[in-house]
Write a protein that binds this ligand. Sequence first.
Ligand code: ZN
Ligand code: ZN
Length: 178
Amino acid sequence: MDNYYDHFTLKIGAKPATFNGKTVRVNIPQSLWTKIRKEVLVNQNNECAICYFKPEESEMKKLHVHEVERYDFENGICELESLNLICEKCHAFHHMARTRATATKEYMEDLINHFMEVNECDRIDYESYKLSAMAEQSKNKKNRKSISPDQIKFKVTGEIPYKNEVITQLKSKELYVD
Ligand SMILES: [Zn+2]
Ligand SMILES: [Zn+2]
């Protein structure tokens, strides 16, 4: 990505289409994810790592646990690097491709305003950032060999709560590579 945007803290993340829907979270029991989420909330002080939004006790669902991933195209592996606590707006923005498909015009405006606020930039910066992010994504699409979605496996490289339990679960489904 262009150096000009390096200081932006809220960015569009590009999950490649091949890895769509492929996450550690959907492959482990909900009860385990609930335990992980609880610990992430505590460890990360109940606040968004990007914009520092800290909801009221009753609105904790506005904080999401985002899976920070790396994609190994050569071997078809989705690596979970860390879990990041972020607010729903930062999260929706980060997953722009997915968000845009369902968001209303009003919600998109809301998100763009959030982006400008967090990154302390104006609308023109936003528009040019968006273009460069899209250009980067289509550039990345080339030079990639296609992997069949059902061949995708996982690896947990980062220190996450209940890491061993997560790995055991993935192994039991033959979805883990050491
Ligand atoms: Zn946020
Ligand atoms: Zn996410």
